[in-house]
Design a protein around this ligand. Structure first.
Ligand code: AMP
Ligand code: MG
Length: 500
């Protein structure tokens, strides 16, 4: 007999004003089955794996049973979707069970996504198909392994019920874990209602949960804005550095803890093209790869707007102070971007080199665009080139990627090696840094699609295999060569769809 799952919930959000959420129980499902349990994450959260794998664990992850200590709620939020203001969104298909403290003392939300309707469901059914559940599981865990701040996937289950989308599809539920699920849109919800008291409550809460150092600040609201912006900058710079396209950077999908959240229409680029868009509903290409940094700034301006009444009683002073923060975005972003791309090139950040370094990065990207080269494999191949001297065998591998651009790339390699003469650590150390920042494996869209299609036939082996290789993305693993390859022409997935 297995012990019952003991979560040791320590809920704080559900104890704040009930204006922030609605209490909501999950709606039971008919025949739940486990798709995948994330044992490493369960351990980190001090959960008993045997108990989670028992019938009772399955009942909890499917919403059929409420674990002791849970206080299920759906959170209220608003947001700009594709630039358009929507005053009320909220968790329409997600229910927060509660918060737990992990092995390192960090607080995490545990949420069931796809667990039935809530007061915020609008016309939706509160459910999720298993395709998007599997996509989110694979990609969010890959992001964590790549070192990108993200929500996590604790467990995926199928429900035994169908959901109606373009066709009838099997339903699924994802147990999502996050440092928190508070978004820019959560602030907007209250600011738009001129409920300054709730904005203040939320700000104080988020500061003590995510930015405790700011408690002592003279202007905590302004410093909070700066801190969130800095986290968003660092996040988006990281996305750019691995070719990740979020696809739906609405303000309700902008985490104030700086996490990647909402894996609806996201995808990694194969061929490098800054104009890449995957989402089939993004008709204006608002969330193209190259637009992501500017969109994050726009989202931060929306957060600033919410915080104005808290920054200064004097409207003008408040606006000026917030504007100054938002105006500092481009410079901060450029620094973060260069930090990540320099690391990819094995270079340290050197103040007096930054203009030349930016040019070095841009030249490479320009050649990559012209040669339509694979983003991930180009950088991975480069990371095998010796930064100290010409090596015909590895250089040739890189040149081979660039067909008609070989002269340009030969010249680029020369410039790259010249720049490396300014570095003080050993060439071997620089190579190691490059190999730890240029992944060999990313969750390529055609592989995710393959895993989903197999899952729809009740075959979870491809999902397992993909998850295994993506758990160590910076290590080349024997027997997994196929997973490093870009899709063949007929395997290319043209668009990903919103998970709704
Ligand atoms: P998303 O595009 O996933 O960020 O969702 C935007 C909004 O629509 C959020 O408020 C979601 O909770 C809500 N939503 C998405 N799908 C559903 C669904 N199937 N049922 C109810 N609400 C949904
Ligand atoms: Mg969302």
């Amino acid at each position: 007999m297995n012990p019952s799952p003991e979560f040791n919930f320590d809920n704080t959000y559900a104890g704040l004003s009930d204006k922030l959420f609605s209490r909501q129980q999950p709606t039971p499902v008919s025949k739940p089955a486990m798709i995948k349990l994330n044992k490493a994450l369960a351990e980190q959260l001090n959960l008993n794996i045997d108990a989670l794998q028992s019938d009772e664990g399955l009942a909890i992850f499917s919403g059929n049973s409420i674990p002791s200590g849970a206080d299920p709620i759906a959170m209220a939020y608003a947001g700009h979707q594709f630039g358009n203001w929507v005053p009320q969104l909220g968790d329409g298909r997600a229910i927060l069970l509660g918060e737990v403290i992990d092995r390192h003392g960090t607080r995490f939300d545990i949420q069931l996504k796809g667990a039935g309707p809530t007061p915020y469901s609008r016309n939706g059914d509160g459910r999720s198909a298993i395709g998007p559940v599997i996509r989110e599981y694979i990609v969010s865990e890959a992001m964590a392994a790549l070192g990108v701040p993200t929500t996590r996937a604790l467990c995926a289950v199928s429900t035994g019920d169908s959901v109606r989308r373009e066709s009838m599809l099997p339903g699924g539920i994802l147990a999502r874990v996050a440092r928190s699920h508070i978004r820019v849109g959560t602030f907007q919800f209250f600011a738009a209602r001129s409920d300054i008291e709730s904005v203040k409550l939320l700000t104080d809460y988020v500061i003590s949960r995510h930015y405790p150092d700011l408690k002592q600040s003279d202007n905590s609201a302004l410093d909070f804005l700066k801190a969130v912006m800095q986290k968003q900058i660092s996040l988006v710079a990281q996305w750019q550095s691995i070719g990740f396209i979020h696809g739906v950077m609405n303000t309700d999908n902008a985490s104030v803890a700086g996490l990647t959240i909402d894996y609806g229409p996201c995808a990694f680029m194969d061929t490098y093209d800054p104009e890449t868009v995957f989402s089939s509903i993004d008709h204006a290409s608002r969330y193209a790869y190259q637009n992501q940094p500017a969109i994050a700034q726009w989202n931060m301006a929306n957060l600033a707007q919410c915080l104005l009444p808290l920054i200064n009683e004097d409207e003008k002073k408040s606006l000026d102070a917030a504007q100054q923060v938002i105006d500092s975005y481009p410079e901060q972003y450029t620094a973060a971007y260069l930090q990540h791309f320099n690391t990819k090139l094995g270079l340290s950040l050197q103040q007096q080199q930054s203009t030349a370094d930016m040019d070095l990065v841009s030249s490479l990207l320009k050649c990559m665009t012209a040669a339509k080269s694979d983003f991930t494999n180009t950088f991975r191949t480069l990371s095998k080139c010796d930064p100290g001297k010409v090596n015909d065998s590895t250089d040739t591998q890189l040149l081979a990627i660039f067909d008609d651009q070989t002269d340009q790339i030969r010249d680029w390699l020369r410039r790259w090696r010249e720049r490396h003469t300014l570095e003080t650590n050993s060439a071997a150390e620089r190579t190691a840094i490059m190999q730890q920042s240029n992944p060999a494996y990313i969750p390529r869209n055609h592989r995710i699609e393959e895993a989903i299609q197999a899952a729809l036939r009740n075959d979870y082996a491809p999902m397992e295999k993909l998850s295994t290789v993506l758990a160590s993305p910076y290590e080349e693993q024997s027997g997994f060569d196929e997973y490093a390859k870009p899709p063949a022409e007929e395997e290319i997935v043209k668009a990903t769809f919103c998970g709704t």
